[in-house]
Design a protein around this ligand. Structure first.
Ligand code: SF4
Length: 181
């Protein structure tokens, strides 16, 4: 169970950004590239395979989920991310078509808050599981503290990409990637 809402103190996004920048500098000294998943420079309209039932993750209890944070039936986010289950008697998986329809709406085009955002096609609405934990609805109108983090770190990534390009260096050539969130 990774839903820590009400169990940890509220995150100050700027403090995270400051420490991430410091950690990034230290990591670079060891030849390690530190990434923040929502600030990717890739064009994306969905976030990390949770949409459209693209992820097919089977738990030891035969539950099929599109999010590796939501593995138990008791998880409050199960209705959104779990879309299939193993039927022992019939020896096959049983689809939940309504759940698949809900997963089909998990994309940046269905997120009102994202439409004017600089990170729209990079963040793609951010981690839907974390948004649900924070606001109860992945398409909720309000920004989360992660929105500030994403925009700041995306700006860093754009600047770094520009600097690398001007220096003729391939920014993706680092030997190791670490994603903390
Ligand atoms: S509004 Fe927030 S969730 Fe949407 S794209 Fe921008 S940073 Fe990401």
């Amino acid at each position: 169970m990774t839903n820590l809402k009400d169990q940890i103190e509220h995150l100050d996004g700027q403090i995270f950004v400051d420490h991430f920048r410091e950690a990034r500098r230290v990591a670079a000294g060891f030849g390690i590239q530190l990434d923040y998943s929502a600030a990717s420079l890739k064009h994306r309209e969905t976030f990390l395979g949770a949409s459209d039932a693209s992820n097919f993750l089977v738990t030891s209890r035969g539950i099929v989920t599109s999010c590796n944070e939501v593995l138990q039936h008791s998880n409050p986010r199960a209705k959104l991310f779990q879309y299939e289950a193993w039927n022992q008697e019939d020896g096959k998986f049983v689809l939940d078509h309504e759940a698949i329809d809900r997963l089909g709406k998990l994309n940046v085009h269905d997120m009102p808050k994202c439409q004017g955002c600089i990170a729209k096609f990079n963040c793609a609405g951010d981690c839907y599981a974390k948004s649900v934990s924070s606001t109860g609805d992945p398409a909720s109108a309000g920004y989360t503290e992660r929105c500030h983090i994403t925009r700041e770190l995306l700006k860093d990534n754009l600047l770094l990409a520009l600097i690398f390009k001007m220096a003729g260096v391939n920014a993706s050539g680092s030997p190791q990637h670490v994603c903390p969130m």
